[in-house]
Design a protein around this ligand. Structure first.
Ligand code: ATP
Ligand code: MG
Length: 211
């Protein structure tokens, strides 16, 4: 399957993923492309229901493995119902988080066995990975600042604290190093417009092969 049009955005909370996806979605639709944007976990009726369970702040006793399986269950449904059929129809798929989030958050962050996480990721995605992953590099210390600025209420995962985010950050850094062909690392402290410009430039390079 051609996954060149499958693009994921990764990075810590508040790194600007959703902001960039909105801009890229507009850029592509303005140029006549068909675009489907997915927010993980979610994107199908079943996956959205699983999302509600995952983000419910009252579920404080959810085990790490339960969290891993729920994310993965939501993803299986998304891949089968949306990602595969839409890639076959030449859509651009913009994913607000995908399998790397599971490795970074549940693997590195929660400390689950990385081999187990990898196997489950493989099963949940049928081995389908994005052609490009834009990783917005954002230090854990910066989360609180942006969180206060945006005035948004934190959910169950965001309540997990700074030590947790440092581990997630390390996880992303390792993933970026290991997947250099797929990952495009961008400094999340650049302005929204600067980042958008880098994203577009990179996509043009990757899809046409021209500098
Ligand atoms: N490059 C940037 N510089 C400054 N502020 C930004 C930048 N990008 C996004 N923001 C602001 O930071 C906040 C978080 O952005 P956004 O919701 O896009 O992040 P996110 O990565 O999707 O977060 P989450 O993982 O929690 O969904 C928003 O208030 C947004 O306007
Ligand atoms: Mg977001």
């Amino acid at each position: 399957m051609n996954t060149q049009r499958f693009i994921s955005f990764e990075g810590l909370d508040y790194s600007g993923k959703s902001t960039q996806i909105r801009l890229l979605e507009k850029y592509l639709t303005d140029r006549g492309y068909q675009v489907f944007t997915i927010r993980e976990p979610g994107g199908t009726t079943i996956s959205e229901k699983i999302r509600d369970i995952l983000l419910d702040k009252t579920h404080i006793n959810m085990t790490d493995r339960c969290e891993l399986f729920l994310y993965s269950a939501a993803r299986v449904q998304l891949v089968k119902e949306k990602i595969i059929p839409l890639l076959q129809k030449d859509y651009f798929i913009l994913a607000d988080r995908y399998v790397d989030s599971t490795t970074a958050y549940q693997g590195f962050g929660r400390g689950l066995d990385l081999n187990m996480v990898e196997q489950i990721n493989q099963a949940a995605t049928f081995g389908i990975l994005p052609g490009t992953t834009f990783y917005l590099r954002f230090a854990p210390e910066q989360i609180a600042r942006r969180m206060q600025k945006s005035g948004r209420e934190s959910d169950r995962l965001e309540s997990a604290g700074n030590a947790f985010y440092r581990k997630v950050f390390q996880g992303y850094e390792i993933l970026a190093e290991k997947n250099k062909d797929r990952f495009c690392v961008i400094d999340a402290n650049l302005s929204i417009e600067q980042i958008h410009h880098i994203v577009v430039k990179n996509l043009i390079q990757r899809t046409t092969g021209k500098p």
